[in-house]
Design a binder for this molecule. Structure first.
Ligand code: FAD
Length: 358
């Protein structure tokens, strides 16, 4: 009987546990230092917007391609998951496209002209000149979704509990140590490592390719008619302009920053002011023409995207007799790739079971 311990209760760990627990033969335990409801700089998931704006290149689009239909289904059919449908506009500036061609840009695939993902959305269209801000060269629009992470993470926990998953609070120093945390009392056959950025500090993994990409944002009560993401700003290479409105009263997110290698957990007031000014300049209707003073702030926040040099790590490894399946390093696309990645985790667990039977 497959006995599995998942380390991590972020979107990667919870989605992996959820899909694994659909097979009633699997006995799944989630072990985590942080759980939904906590806000901590070591825990990225609560801070995400979170919306779907594909970032992959065509070559590694499997994770996002496989996830989109499920998030869309949840938005349409499962209101209690806390996801709603919302249009998303992507603005491409001429100078950023040049930088993108020279491979300098952070969110690669999203701003491509004629992107691979246009076939992913059934309502993808290029924006006309009169729909674009003046300084923007071109742009597109598609029907996306926005996730209220506070509701969605709790919903995932609920799905896991309904499937018999047991959640435990704890911290492991060494990855294979987790095998002894199974609620069954027996040693787990497989450990799923979904520790996000903390994979850089977990014994046996110590992945030095993991780097925080600091995202500062402002959450406001003001509403927006559609979400936006702009290819760059003139204020700094590591600052971004994006807006998204969470489902079910979750507030509107004004972003942000993309600061590689920065661990600072406290919001910088100067950055916050720039974020708000840029958002209002791009979308004056945000405050009905009242400028930054018209923003009704809920909170300032900082989260760290778990970025990995070379990309996400999803693979199996036998560590001193314990099978470990890694699922970490999702940078800024952990939600929009969550089902695709968790599906791969299930495949890898099946492969391990196949090996064990031989
Ligand atoms: P985490 O959420 O960090 O979870 C890690 C888990 O592992 C935690 O439970 C932690 O306690 C546990 N853990 C770690 N070490 C140990 C240990 N030793 N012992 C026990 N437990 C341990 N993604 C999108 O798809 N769309 C967006 O719009 C989006 N916007 C974002 C905006 C911001 C500002 C940020 C910061 C991120 C954004 N992301 C977005 C990215 C997304 O949030 C992450 O990719 C995702 O949350 C990573 O989830 P995770 O489960 O891998 O890691």
């Amino acid at each position: 009987m497959p006995n599995i311990v998942v380390i991590g209760a972020g979107v990667s760990g919870l989605t992996s546990a959820y899909l694994l627990s659909k097979d009633k033969a699997n006995k799944v335990t989630i072990l985590a230092k942080h759980m939904p409801g906590d806000y901590d700089i070591e825990y990225a998931s609560p801070f995400a917007g979170a919306n779907v704006v594909p970032m992959a290149s065509k070559a590694n689009s499997r994770w996002e391609t496989r996830t989109w239909p499920e998030l869309k289904r949840l938005a349409v059919e499962v209101p209690e998951a806390g996801i709603h449908e919302m249009k998303s506009r992507v603005y491409r500036r001429k100078k950023d496209l040049q930088a993108l061609r020279e491979q300098k840009h952070a969110i690669d695939g999203l701003f491509l002209e004629n992107p691979w993902y246009k076939s992913l959305f059934d309502d993808f269209r290029e924006l006309s000149r009169d729909e674009l801000p003046e300084d923007v060269a071109s742009g597109c629009e598609f029907g996306s979704v926005c996730i209220n992470t506070a509701i969605y993470l709790a919903w995932l926990v609920g799905q896991c509990l309904a499937n018999g998953v047991v959640l435990k609070r704890g911290v492991v120093k060494y990855v294979s140590e987790a095998a002894s945390w199974s609620h069954t009392g027996n040693k787990a056959d497989v450990v799923i490592n979904a520790t996000g950025l903390m994979a850089s500090k977990l014994g046996g993994v110590m992945d030095q390719k993991m780097v925080p990409v600091r995202g500062q944002l402002v959450v406001v009560r003001n509403e927006i008619p559609y979400m936006t993401t702009r290819s760059g700003t003139d204020d700094g290479e590591d600052e971004l302009v994006y807006t998204m409105m969470r489902a079910a009263g979750g507030g509107t997110i004004l972003g942000g920053t993309y600061q590689k290698g920065q661990w600072e957990s406290q919001p910088d007031p100067n950055v916050a002011m720039r974020i708000m000014k840029r958002a209002v300049a791009e979308m004056p209707e945000l405050t009905h023409g009242k400028g930054v003073e018209g923003l009704d702030i809920i909170r300032h926040a900082v989260g760290l995207r778990p970025w990995r040099e070379g990309g996400v790590r999803i693979e199996k490894e036998n560590m001193d007799g314990t099978w470990v399946v890694h699922n970490y390093g999702h940078a800024g696309w952990g939600y929009q790739g969550s089902f695709g990645c968790a599906e791969r985790v299930v495949e890898l667990v099946h492969e391990i079971q196949g090996c064990a039977k031989l």
